[in-house]
Design a protein around this ligand. Structure first.
Ligand code: ADP
Ligand code: ZN
Length: 610
């Protein structure tokens, strides 16, 4: 891009110099013009020495060597006069004058043409969304088709995208039914988890063209160019619809709009974002253009992007778990010569926290190691060596979690899960993972069965207990407290205080609502409290009591079932992720063991040993 501009400037400067030079040359060589009558007068007075006739155009010099030019309306009458004065005559046909005129016209035209070419080519480049040097990035992916088979370990995302592929393949089928086709899919997840790959695979599976652009490409440009790039990109894409537009790092343009007076850079970003929103709203239903965007910072996105009809489908792609890593390893191992003795699952187990890109890198590094040792195939120790090298790199980025932290996280999440499983009226478990995501070391997800709007007291108390289960498990097993539970405790406290102050569920306080704070009523001294200091104390005490009671019960529950806790945590440490079904299997096997033990106890007590 820069080179292009420099070249353009150079050519313009050159052209300007040429034009200037030509003009000077013309002025130097074309002598002052005389009227024909002056010329005749001079001629008659015998002042003319030489004449050159180019058609009716007369140039020549007088006796003292001054050049002049004139134009004759009557050549026939002129010639005898010239001869009479013994003037030296030379002549050329009039047609020849055309050459100079021709060049006079041609030169500026050719310069203009050259300039036009430069700008036109730049424009062409822009229309497809890139500068001249980057043209290759825009070639449709057909040439090097990526399919779902190339993307491993994200089965859930694939299922969700299946529908989009259907739309792309048979848009008429859906538009005939009057269905509004989806427009945008937001892939969110840490870098290197295969978002780009997945977007390409959607295009590959549906056999449609793939346009791609990085969000930051838009922004590091002149004001207004980002927005026009967006429009040009969409215009180009619509021509080859159905197709996919992939926008990587959409947070670069899609960050929250500031609203207040802003700097030039964010102005440009907002213009670009607005252009994108306008384009996305503007498709008609017969143009199937699906915009797939990727980000690892969904939290900073402008809410306008996530509204219906825009990126209303959001798919989260996390770091792969053990199964995922095994599958990704398999995919990449296919492309290199791996020794058949190599146990890919063992390798996968030893690289928690690796992303898909890290694994691709690992396989490549291992191949390089094997090459360095002159081996015919990649063996286990090549993987080991490559792994150490990569982990050192990653550790610097502090993604890899220490073994101790993993254990604590596993028990913490197991604590949540077990309490949730053992108590009534809780939301069913959905997924438990000890793979770090964002700032969370692990996650236990519960899905509400339905969107309830009223909650029973039991539900709320059990929810508090489930939240405190993480901390209780940590303290039970490791006898120490970590900060990992701070978010849980925050939420639990919030629920407890609403039980007391908002929902009037506490017996000690009764069915009275105490609003803690009112918007706009905040006074300088702090919160606005429409009740006495005494009442405040009683409320605080009651909230405290609920939390303490819940914690006690939870701790006891986990203590009583600590075998289950250990078992659950071990499974988590091994598999890193458990879904509801797997958790249920562990739960049932624990219940069965318990049943057996109880029976054994029963037998023992029936036949007491002497
Ligand atoms: P992102 O866009 O999420 O940053 P990429 O799609 O660019 O990640 O992934 C980079 C590379 O890592 C891919 O080209 C591929 O080789 C590898 N990779 C990442 N995730 C996967 C996966 N799930 N399956 C197979 N390969 C993967
Ligand atoms: Zn927790």
């Amino acid at each position: 891009m820069k080179n292009q501009i420099q070249l353009g400037l150079l050519i313009i400067t050159l052209a300007a110099f040429l034009l200037l030079g030509y003009n000077v040359y013309l002025r130097e060589t074309t002598p002052p013009t005389q009227s024909y009558s002056t010329f005749l007068l001079e001629l008659r007075q015998g002042n003319i020495a030489k004449v050159h006739l180019r058609g009716a155009e007369i140039t020549g010099t007088d006796r003292i060597g001054r050049a002049f030019s004139s134009y004759s309306p009557d050549l026939g009458g002129l010639l005898p006069l010239l001869q009479e004065q013994e003037v030296e005559i030379s002549a050329e046909p009039a047609a020849e004058t055309g050459t100079i005129t021709f060049f006079k016209v041609l030169l500026p035209i050719s310069i203009l043409y050259a300039l036009w070419l430069i700008f036109h080519r730049r424009k062409l480049g822009q229309r497809s969304g890139l500068g001249l040097g980057e043209r290759s990035r825009f070639t449709p992916v057909h040439s090097q088709r990526v399919t779902f088979a190339d993307v491993a370990g994200i089965a859930e995302a694939k299922v969700e995208l299946q529908e989009i592929i259907e739309f792309l393949k048979l848009p008429e089928k859906y538009s005939k039914l009057g269905a509004k086709l989806p427009k945008g899919v937001l892939l969110q997840g840490p870098p290197g988890t295969g978002k780009t790959l997945l977007a390409k695979a959607i295009a590959g599976e549906a056999s449609v063209s793939f346009f791609s652009l990085g969000g930051s490409d838009f922004v590091e440009m002149f004001v207004g160019v980002g927005a026009s790039r967006v429009r040009e990109l969409f215009a180009e894409a619509k021509k080859s619809a159905p197709c996919i537009i992939f926008i990587d790092e959409i947070d670069a343009i899609g960050g929250k709009r500031s609203g207040n007076a802003s700097s030039g850079a964010s102005d440009e970003r907002e213009q670009t974002l607005n252009a994108l929103l306008v384009e996305m709203d503007g498709f008609s239903s017969d143009e199937v253009v699906i915009v797939v965007a990727a980000t690892n910072r969904p939290d900073v996105l402008d809410p306008a992007l996530l509204r219906p009809g825009r990126f209303d489908r959001q798919i989260t792609i996390g770091l792969p778990d053990l199964k995922g890593r095994s599958k990704i390893l398999q995919v990449h191992a296919q492309n290199v010569a791996v020794d058949p003795e190599t146990d890919l699952t063992t390798i996968a187990r030893s690289i928690p926290g690796f992303s898909g890109a890290d694994i691709a890198n690992l396989v490549n590094e291992a191949a390089l190691m094997a090459g360095r040792h002159n081996k015919a195939s990649i063996e286990m120790d090549d993987f080991e060596e490559a792994k150490d090298k990569i982990i050192m790199g990653i550790a610097r980025k502090s993604i890899v979690v220490s073994e101790q932290d993993r254990r604590i996280t596993a028990y913490h999440e197991a604590g949540h899960a077990i309490v949730g499983l053992m108590l009534d009226e809780t939301d069913p478990l959905h997924k438990i993972t000890i793979i770090p995501r964002g700032r969370a070391m692990g996650v236990t997800q519960q899905l509400p069965l339905d969107d309830r709007h009223t909650y029973s007291q039991t539900y709320l108390l059990n929810r508090i207990k489930t939240l405190l289960g993480g901390r209780a498990a940590e303290s039970l097993v490791f006898n120490r407290l970590t900060t990992g539970a701070s978010n849980d405790i925050n939420i639990a406290t919030d629920i407890a205080s609403r039980i007391v102050c908002e929902w009037g569920m506490s017996e000690a306080i009764g069915p009275v609502a105490f609003r803690h704070e009112q918007e706009g009523f905040l006074q300088e001294g702090g919160q606005f409290k429409p009740y006495s200091e005494m009442t405040a104390q009683r409320l605080d005490q009651e909230v405290n009591r609920i939390l303490h009671d819940c914690y006690e019960t939870t701790y006891e529950l986990l203590n009583q079932h600590n075998k289950f806790l250990h078992k659950f945590a071990e499974v988590l440490l091994l598999n890193e992720t458990m879904d509801a079904e797997e958790a249920d299997i562990v739960f049932r096997s624990y219940l069965r063991e318990q049943e057996m033990e109880r029976r054994l106890c029963g037998i023992r007590s029936e036949h007491p040993t002497p």
